[in-house]
Ligand binder design. Structure first.
Ligand code: DOR
Length: 444
C-alpha cells in the first residue's frame, strides 16, 4: 500500500486548528501526529499551509443525463476537485428527471465511469411518484428532493395530499426548494404588464419575493413538525425565514437549514453589473437579507453551506429576463469565496469546515468522510491563505466556461486536493483519472 505523509500542515478540524502531521496509508488517514514513517513514504511539507477535510457540497446540478450542453458529471466534478470539493450530492432535475430507481441507477453508472469527486444522488419527488419515495433506501439515494416552488425543470410538487404523504412517509431526509409559485406567477404577471418582456434583472428579487420564500418555508416547516419528518430546507435567501428555524448543534435537530455561497456573497446591488449571471432561484435579495444569513451561519441557525451549482450556457444567460434561465456555476470557487470571507472577518476557518464538511456528513449520515479522523477516508484539501486565485477563462473548468467571478482575484489558493488518499489536484493541474467513489449513507 502506498503511504503519504503530509507534514507540518495547520489542520482545521472539529473546532480547532493544530499544526501536525497526517500519515495516509492507502485511501485512509492512518495517523494524526508524529510517529514512525514507513519506508518509501512520500513526504510533502505543508509548512504555512492549512489542511481541511474535503468539502461536501450537498446541492449541485451537474446536469447529466440530458442537459450536457450546460455541464456533465465529468466536467463539473473536475471543477469541484480543483476547488477543494471532494464530494457532492446531485439534484434530480435532469432530462429525464431522476424520479425512480432506474433513474438513480443510470446516474450512478455515469458517475462510476466519469466522476472526479465522490457522489450521491437525490430522488426527485413529483405529484405522482409516492410509491417510489416510500420504497427508496439509503443504499439508493441521499435524500428526497421536493421542489415546493417551481424552478429549472418541471418538478413542482404542489398537490397538498402528496406533500402530506411525502412528509409522513419519506424514509430519507427531505430536502426542499421553498418558494410559493402562485405568488411568483402573480408577481411575474405584474412585471410583464409594467415592463413587457424586458424586465430589469433587479426585479427578480421582487418577483421571487421574500414573501414567496417565507410562505413556502413556513409550509415545509409546519409539515415537518406535524409529521416529525427529517427536513432540510435548501438555500435560504431571506432574513425573515430564519425565525422558522432554531439555533443549536445539528445532532439535535430534525429540521435543518442551508445557505448558499452566492446568497452569502452577493446582494441586489450586484444585478447592475452581473445581470442574469446572478439570476437564480431563490433570488439574491437585499443587503439586510445577506447580513441576516451570515449571522445565522455564525449562530448555528443555518447548519450547512452549499453552492446550488447550476450552470447554464453563456448564450442562455445573455437573454432578456424571462428567457434567461436561473442558476450560476459556483462549485469551483466555493472555498475561495468562503476564504475571502474568512479574511474579511465574516467566518472563522472552523465555521467554514463545520458547515461545508462536518455538518453535511452528519446530516446525510455519510460514512467515513467529512472529518479528519484516523480511520476515515483521506479526502482533504490544502489551501494557502496567503496565496491568490485569479478567475479567468483558463482557470475556469466548467463546461459552460463562465463564472460570475471572472476578473476577480480571491485571496487564497487551493494548492492540493486529495481524494481517497491520492493527490487528485495539485497546483493547477488535475493529476489523476476520475476516482470518485459512491458515498455511503447510514441510518441515524
Ligand atoms: O437557480 C436555480 N437553478 N435554482 C434552482 O432551484 C434550480 C437551478 C437549476 O437547476 O438551474
Amino acid at each position: 500500500m502506498t503511504s503519504l505523509l503530509l507534514a507540518n500542515g495547520r489542520v482545521v478540524n472539529e473546532g480547532r486548528i493544530q499544526e501536525t502531521d497526517l500519515l495516509i496509508t492507502g485511501d485512509r488517514l492512518a495517523r494524526i501526529g508524529a510517529g514512525p514513517v514507513p519506508a518509501g513514504t512520500r513526504v510533502v511539507d505543508l509548512k504555512g499551509l492549512h489542511v481541511l477535510p474535503g468539502l461536501i457540497d450537498d446541492q449541485v446540478h451537474f446536469r447529466e443525463p440530458g442537459l450536457t450542453d450546460k455541464a456533465t458529471i465529468a466536467s463539473e466534478s473536475l471543477a469541484a476537485i480543483c476547488g477543494g470539493v471532494t464530494s457532492y450530492l446531485d439534484m434530480p432535475n435532469n432530462s429525464p428527471p431522476c424520479i425512480d430507481r432506474a433513474g438513480l441507477a443510470a446516474k450512478k453508472a455515469i458517475a462510476a465511469r466519469t466522476s472526479f469527486a465522490n457522489y450521491g444522488f437525490y430522488l426527485g419527488a413529483t405529484n405522482s411518484n409516492l410509491d417510489e419515495i416510500r420504497k427508496i433506501t439509503r443504499a439508493e439515494a441521499c435524500g428526497i428532493k421536493v421542489f415546493m416552488g417551481s424552478s429549472t425543470g418541471n418538478m413542482l410538487v404542489d398537490d397538498e395530499h402528496t406533500l402530506e404523504s411525502i412528509f409522513a412517509d419519506a424514509p430519507l431526509p427531505i430536502a426542499t426548494h421553498c418558494e410559493d409559485t402562485p405568488l411568483i406567477h402573480a408577481a411575474e404577471a405584474r412585471a410583464r404588464a409594467k415592463y413587457g418582456d424586458d424586465v430589469p434583472m433587479a426585479e427578480h428579487a421582487n418577483i421571487r419575493s421574500a414573501e414567496a420564500c417565507y410562505k413556502s418555508s413556513a409550509l415545509a416547516v409546519g409539515l415537518a413538525k406535524r409529521h416529525d419528518a427529517r427536513l432540510h430546507v435548501l438555500h435560504l435567501s431571506t432574513a425573515g425565514e430564519l425565525e422558522l428555524f432554531s439555533a443549536g448543534p445539528i445532532e439535535r435537530k430534525r429540521i435543518t437549514a442551508e445557505a448558499c455561497v452566492h446568497h452569502l456573497w452577493f446582494d441586489d446591488s450586484g444585478y447592475a453589473a452581473l445581470g442574469a449571471r446572478i439570476k437564480c432561484n431563490p433570488a439574491i435579495k437585499t443587503p439586510a437579507d445577506r447580513a441576516g444569513l451570515i449571522a445565522a451561519v455564525n449562530s448555528d441557525v443555518i447548519d450547512v453551506i452549499a453552492t446550488d451549482h447550476a450552470p447554464h450556457t453563456a448564450e442562455e444567460k445573455s437573454r432578456p429576463y424571462f428567457a434567461a434561465p436561473s442558476g450560476l456555476p459556483l462549485v469551483q470557487h466555493m472555498l475561495n469565496m468562503l476564504l475571502d470571507q474568512y479574511h474579511a472577518g465574516i467566518f472563522s476557518l472552523e465555521t467554514i469546515v463545520t458547515k461545508t464538511a462536518h455538518n453535511p456528513a452528519r446530516l446525510f449520515g455519510i460514512e467515513g468522510r467529512g472529518f479528519i479522523r484516523e480511520g476515515y477516508v483521506a479526502d482533504l484539501v490544502v489551501v494557502d491563505l496567503a496565496g491568490s486565485t485569479t478567475v479567468d477563462s483558463e482557470q475556469i473548468r466548467y463546461r459552460c466556461a463562465w463564472s460570475p467571478f471572472e476578473g476577480h482575484t480571491f485571496r487564497s489558493a487551493v494548492v492540493m486536493t486529495l481524494l481517497r488518499g491520492g493527490i487528485a489536484f495539485e497546483r493547477g493541474a488535475v493529476s489523476a483519472p476520475p476516482m470518485g467513489a459512491e458515498l455511503i449513507f447510514r441510518a441515524d
